[in-house]
Design a protein around this ligand. Structure first.
Ligand code: 0X9
Ligand code: ZN
Ligand code: ZN
Length: 417
């Protein structure tokens, strides 16, 4: 009898392990006004386990910047006291992370399997890539560009009407594991393209004249880990020599000013740049694919969240790219397009000044490879839910983002030669 009770208890605990671990956790937003207040946040971070959401690392904090960080339940009083006493401007962005976590699964879609309006786990996304290719033989094909650290195949969809000498646009999602809205967008984009091909004149022209490479999840191991162990995981899941800490930030792992600024050399940090550029199997596979297709790939789009930003190079230096004027006007027009649907406001500009300087990103790397149209999207929202955007926002977020992506794709098509 006791054994049975213990068993039931253990099962109940493990089933709710993830839920329990976020109960009472808070997310604070602080806007330090001067170096002294930046120092205060630094000291909180070094005395308490703090997970930085925005920017992703304590080393990136500068005066006047919005800083969002998550605090363990048993430390929230202490941290809030410190903030109050210091007089720094702050507010509680998320009062109980568990409530926000529950809110993310608010979709009315009652289906058990794949849904474009729900967050799909990796198994479901992987099966979807096979199905979508099988169902659209004239328009979609699936390939494998490599294996992840844990041995999962990295599926890439190629979408477009076949034709001679076609140029292509590459788009990836799921670089950072916890940014769940982004794989949802890659799936949405594929669905919309297929549904509107032959109906919408812009989409029809795009698919007739260009190919789209869509990588629905780059960091698959990390994504799986956010479903099974830790919803807030960001990095890959590779082991680091000489450290017990796991993972590398894939968006600090490219050979673009690698690890020179806004990245950490410490394996335990969330912005760890890795032991060398392309040390991760996932980033190596992506970089290899792009290198092999440099003569056809004319645009590189990488989808992240959150903050509602449209960024372009550079992030590893404050130097402006030689195509600054053109990229800025594209970003401006694309943001304007995006806002036509729900009036969602995006900020745009070079990464270094618009978000923060951070080296080793895939956008800067692609640009320096000669892919002029390189953009990073940071999708909804601005912090109300952060990484846990409710499922009810998948559709509006994807619909508005689609407008911006279509705008960029069409611009690229019109400026091919
Ligand atoms: O820091 C990042 O990698 C991106 N922000 S996120 O919150 N999704 O992590 C911004 C990337 C901008 N581009 C480069 N730093 N190269
Ligand atoms: Zn639609
Ligand atoms: Zn990201």
């Amino acid at each position: 009898m006791w054994a049975l009770l213990v068993l039931i208890g253990a099962a109940a605990v493990s089933a709710h392990l993830q839920d329990l671990s976020f109960d009472g956790q808070k997310v604070f937003r602080v806007i330090p006004q001067n170096d002294e207040q930046v120092e205060l946040i630094n000291s909180i971070a070094s005395n308490t386990q703090v997970d930085f959401w925005k920017p992703d690392s304590v080393t990136l904090i500068r005066p006047k910047m919005q800083v969002d960080f998550r605090v363990e339940a048993d430390k929230t009083f202490e941290v809030e006291d410190l903030l109050k006493e210091s007089g720094v401007e702050y507010r509680v962005l998320i009062d109980n992370l568990q409530a926000a976590l529950d809110a993310q699964f608010d979709s009315k879609a009652r289906t058990a399997g794949h849904s474009y309006e729900k967050y799909n786990n990796w198994e479901t996304i992987a099966a979807w890539t096979a199905d979508i290719a099988a169902q659209n033989p004239g328009l979609v094909s699936r390939s494998v560009i490599g294996q992840t650290y844990e041995g999962r195949p990295m599926y890439l969809l190629k979408m477009g009407k076949s034709g001679p000498n076609k140029k292509a646009i590459f788009m990836d999602c799921g670089f950072h594991a916890r940014e769940w809205i982004t794989p949802a967008f890659c799936q949405w984009f594929v669905k919309e393209a297929l549904e509107t091909y032959g109906k919408d004149s812009v989409m029809t022209t795009l698919l007739n004249s260009l190919d789209f490479y869509v990588l629905p999840v780059l960091n698959i191991d990390g994504y799986v880990y956010t479903w099974t162990n830790d919803r807030m995981w960001r990095k890959t899941r590779s082991k680091n020599a000489g450290s017990l800490c796991i993972g590398t930030d894939p968006n600090r792992n490219f050979n673009a000013g690698w690890c020179s600024i806004g990245a950490s050399k410490k394996p335990c940090d969330s912005t760890y740049c890795g032991s060398a550029p392309e040390s991760e199997k996932e980033t190596k596979a992506l970089a290899d694919f792009i290198r092999e297709h440099l003569s056809t790939i004319k645009a590189y789009l990488t989808i992240h969240s959150y903050s509602q930003l449209l960024l372009f190079p550079y992030s590893y230096t404050y130097k402006l790219p030689s195509d600054y004027e053109e990229l800025n006007s594209i970003a401006s027009a694309a943001s304007k397009q995006l806002a036509t649907l729900y009036n969602t406001k995006y900020t745009f500009g070079p990464g270094a000044t618009t978000i923060y300087p951070a080296a080793g990103g895939s956008d800067d790397w692609a640009y320096d490879q000669g892919i002029k149209y390189a953009f990073t999207f940071e999708l909804r929202d601005t912090g109300r839910y952060g990484f846990m955007l409710p499922e009810s926002q998948i559709k509006p977020t994807c619909e508005e983002t689609l407008l911006a992506v279509k705008y960029i794709a069409n611009y690229v098509l019109e400026h091919l030669y």
